[in-house]
Write a protein that binds this ligand. Sequence first.
Ligand code: UDX
Length: 438
Amino acid sequence: MRMHISVIGTGYLGAVHAACMAELGYSVVGVDNDEEKIARLAAGIPPIYEPGLEELVAKHIGTGRLRFTTSISDVADADVHFICVGTPQLADGLGADMKYVNEALERLAPHLTRPCLVVGKSTVPVGTAEQLAQRLAELAPVGAEAELAWNPEFLRESRAIEDTLHPNRLVFGVASDRAEKVLRELHATMIADGAPVVVTDLATSELAKVSANAFLATKISFINAIAEVAEVTGADVTRLADAMGHDDRIGRKFLNAGVGFGGGCLPKDLRAFMARAGELGVADALTLLGEVDAINLRQRDRVVDLTRHLAGGSVIGRRIAVLGAAFKPNSDDVRDSPALTVAGQLHLKGAGVVVYDPRAMDNARRIFPTLTYAESVLDACRGAHVVLHLTEWPEFRELDPAVVGDVVASRTVLDGRNCLDDHAWRAAGWTYRGLGRP
Ligand code: UDX
């Protein structure tokens, strides 16, 4: 018989996971205490924009394999419960807020009256799973027949469905053979497709996730640090990254220099990892990550400074077009978005900032209501003294520099993602500046 699954938390991770589990043929119930979110999901509307998600949710509401509820007691008969709630950065500190994870377990456990596996997917400080396992044993009526495992999620926003259905690896943090067997059965399709499986203990699985994110962040900050050196020597960091990346020990991915990383994961996971190391008495081991964070934030300041320079020494009264608000393309997520941080700083310095993003305008307006938003790229660029390219949406890369050139006040572009065709922009009479490029 096919397993029944519950997914607790229907935000980014949970909504994607629930829909993908239904796609694999399981009967899935998604639970959240946000009534509005559940009502919208039940009507087929996901809480975020993610390519393909709306279609997948609608499809499986249709097949009857996917339903949503606000009532945790509705999940009692599931064989596997996935905890997919958020672990945001604490408002008053750098650590992760574990409130939602703890609440999820406290609410779920009393309903566990039959054998089941509770699987954590959220990104958590190492040691959390062990604590949750103890709490589960105390609270679950079925006792040891309800077991905890950890299965960290490595999906990328904008490719979340592909990453979930075809993961590049599966990590199972388990405390028993039984838990491993259930997780292998549950992921049988992916394993048959060749996804490598790493079976390990709870702590290693928790650390694997934060270490992977810390490494990716380090790669980006490394190339951004090199970009600063390249810039003063007349070298080109994009060609330099190509030269480095051909070495398959290094690899070309995540060596794109620019305005740096943002989003709901890399920045906060980096800080939470350092905070946890501090609690464990090994803060010195991760001082490197403090520098990774500092280099990353410095890119935003560098873009602001360069913009001021390109605007003739001051941005007061200057019109600046900001192309991009999402932290990355094909997403409407503006959490810790470099583009919006830069836009906000320029606004505070007296510039007339006009922002355009193909998808993230509503979210951007909510957190930066004082900025001006345009309905199209050309409207954003109209009368601009400097155009900033800060999120590499395909539609920005495909812009015709001659057409944009007709509406601006000054043909000056700062490519904060180093991916516009600099030859084409220069040929159309633009002053083109990249980051870490001549
Ligand atoms: C990341 C991890 O990749 C993923 O495995 C984890 O599960 C969650 O965190 P995500 O935040 O969706 O995923 O985005 P990612 O594609 O990793 O990009 C993160 C940020 O780094 C973006 O702001 C992106 O623009 C930036 N980036 C990425 C660079 O600045 N340069 C690069 O070369 C690559």
